[in-house]
Design a protein around this ligand. Structure first.
Ligand code: SF4
Length: 343
């Protein structure tokens, strides 16, 4: 029998599983709390449990999603973690620190089915969704094995988070829970290429999670060309869905825009982006493109970045230039590909 990772279970499910094992209800909460407060590596280290129960839990469940971890440190302090999963696939997690802020960029899938032309994660297509436990274990590894004091949690690593909606929401519930990781919704961000039905669904769960839209083009013509998802979910309905989410969540939307030389960096492109930013009352992050091996796109010229950003600023858009960190270890935006050699 293949053991299930206990972190795939919500508190209610864990209580149910313990009840089925003949244990009192409080046991579920006790175990849940211990897992997320102390990050145990095995059930026998849970000293608040009777030994017989710890042994039984070890027979039924596992506590670890990864076979191995490799750590890469960038000259700018960015950390990239490459995790080897149980089925020998790889995912990557990035931790970016700046001042008192420490942001973890969490992966949600191995590969990605959406094939944006500038992105390494989608180059080999979709392989599989990550489980809830595999998402949570990226955070737990950073917290307990690297002693990182994380302040922000962004689902912006490999894969499209809203394409793995159920596992994502389960992970967020555990992150949010007062007996789980106790992370406020406002410190969590989901980044999406624009899956409208999932954005509508997210609105119904009544949350204050931040939503970030990977836009990268301000017209359907260009977006169709560089982000194939746009052929299914085009700009106008996307803007409507995002606006509805912004109103329901009372959060400011972020637009991510990777600036690529001679592709989306003209003044006309800046004007199109301005129009959308205004409709969404969104803040805009401009991210100069970081080269991806095998992709024939180039970073924008410094002058083009300045002109582009000036045009947005003149139009009253709240814009920030985000210089991607971790380029020397292929950890920058769009560069996460998953490792292919053995750890
Ligand atoms: S940008 Fe996001 S949606 Fe597009 S291919 Fe990369 S991971 Fe997938």
């Amino acid at each position: 029998m293949r053991q299930e990772n206990i972190k795939n279970l919500t508190l209610e499910e864990l209580e149910g599983a313990l009840r089925d094992m003949g244990e009192p209800k409080y046991r579920g909460r006790q175990i849940f709390k211990w897992i997320y407060e102390k990050g145990p590596e095995d059930f026998n280290s849970m000293t608040n449990l009777p030994k017989a129960l710890a042994d039984e839990l070890s027979r039924r469940f596992t506590l670890n999603s990864f076979q191995g971890v490799e750590k890469h440190l960038s000259a700018d302090g960015t950390i990239k973690l490459v995790f080897k999963l149980d089925d020998n696939k790889y995912v990557e997690t990035v931790i970016i620190s700046s001042g008192r802020r420490s942001t973890i960029c969490i992966s949600t899938q191995v590969g990605c089915r959406f094939g944006c032309v500038f992105c390494a994660s989608g180059m080999d297509g979709f392989q599989r969704d990550l489980t809830t436990a595999e998402m949570l274990d990226q955070i737990l590894y950073a917290k307990f094995c690297l002693n990182q004091n994380l302040t922000n949690y962004v689902f912006m690593g490999m894969g499209e988070p809203l394409d793995n909606y159920d596992n994502l929401i389960r992970a967020i519930k555990v992150m949010n829970h007062e007996d789980g990781l106790e992370i406020g919704a406002r410190r969590i961000t989901i980044s999406t290429c624009g899956i409208i039905p999932a954005i509508k669904k997210l609105k119904t769960i009544n949350t204050q999670i931040n939503l970030s839209i990977s836009l990268h083009a301000g017209t359907n013509k260009l977006r169709d060309k560089i982000m194939p998802i746009n052929k299914t979910y085009s700009l106008n309905p996307l803007i409507d869905a995002v606006n509805d989410y912004a109103k329901a969540s009372n959060r400011i939307i972020t637009i991510e825009y990777i600036l690529i030389k001679s592709l989306n960096d003209s003044i006309a492109d800046a004007n199109a982006l301005t129009g959308i930013s205004r409709k969404l009352r969104a803040k805009v992050n401009i991210i100069p493109y970081s080269p991806v091996p095998g992709v024939s796109l180039s970073p924008p010229l410094k002058k083009a970045v300045e002109k582009f950003v000036n045009r947005l600023t003149e139009s009253g858009v709240n814009v920030t230039i985000r210089i991607s960190k971790g380029k020397d270890i292929n950890a920058a935006c769009g560069q996460l590909a998953g490792k292919r050699d053995e750890i």
